[in-house]
Write a protein that binds this ligand. Sequence first.
Ligand code: NAP
Ligand code: ZN
Ligand code: ZN
Length: 353
Amino acid sequence: MIKAKGYAAVNAVNELIPFEFERNKPKNHEVLVDIYFCGICHADIHQSKNEYHNTIYPLVPGHEIVGRIKSIGKDVTKFKINDLVGIGYFIDSCRHCSSCKEHEEQYCENGITPTQNAKLPDGTVTKGGYSDCIVVDESYVLKVSESLKPAGVAPLLCAGITTYSPLKYWKIGKGHKVAVLGLGGLGHMAVKFASSFGAYVTVLSGSANKKESALSLGANHFVLTSSNEEMKKAALSFDFLIDTVSAKHDYNTYLNLLRKEGTMILLGVPPEAPQLAAFQLISQRRKIAGSFIGGIAETQEMLDYCAEKNITAEVEVISPDYIKEAFERTFKGDVHYRFVIDAKRIYNKIKLL
Ligand code: NAP
Ligand code: ZN
Ligand code: ZN
């Protein structure tokens, strides 16, 4: 067994605390990754607070991981020691259902194995990247270019692929008017990708102070959602609206911004179910859809695209003892635009409680 150090939520209300646990040594097809950076996704906050009523404590969150291969199992062919790699939202899937065969493992009919909070057949629970190392099957590990700053790459493993995948699926680009609702981790990557693909991008945000940076991220236009006047002007204007909001909000208000046959793509997962007024869809033959992260092949494609175009996330690198504040600030929308934990700065200094 390998001794690992990390941070864990031990219940729904208290802050995360230093935590020591064990990981299995890499089996034949597995690699041991020395973690350098891990992003803080809002899903980690939902899960730490047990907002979906399925959290198994102690929970070690983290699924936006970048690090270097420290050791490999005897049958590993894709990687060698010291390679820079990434790990995202899941570390396994059934590998034989139609989704897995179509390289869309995220929609595995038998269920993916998430990097965190998944109960394995042997009774253990997967522990994520708020830690100093992780062991993963090589098929679910991504190659990361040495040309990008690794802290800015970490959020690509969830926020990046989650926004890249729907833009690709709906072939969004030149000639499309796209709205991005919520300028946080996912939202700012949606802006970067949509503008890189040539779309006309509008940010819909509740935070007036994000206007300037929205434009510098590549947005063409900014709408303050609390301004009735600005929202009125935006009615019936978008082909697509990408909803990244993490908290309860009124979908009907935003559906109204879509033009005829426009599509609202849900990415955010508010814990409470929304109310949907059928008329908002019927009146303009609008559509509402959802999208979940991305498959391994598409995640690799996205990472390669980012290396080619020099795209990374905007990050605030923190030490693990700042996780509590980072959670609070993210929850309030005060995130610019992803907190990333520097594993090297911290875990070797952790004094276990
Ligand atoms: P985040 O960084 O916290 O960003 C969410 C943004 O939504 C905030 O910055 C804020 O933007 C806006 N917002 C927050 N509360 C709001 C409210 N009450 N009303 C209106 N707007 C509000 O979160 P994230 O990491 O991007 O994740 C966003 C959501 O996507 C989460 O629910 C997460 O679990 C989910 N997610 C889904 C997938 C998937 O595969 N579909 C993958 C990863 C995450 P403004 O300040 O601009 O208003
Ligand atoms: Zn995530
Ligand atoms: Zn499958």
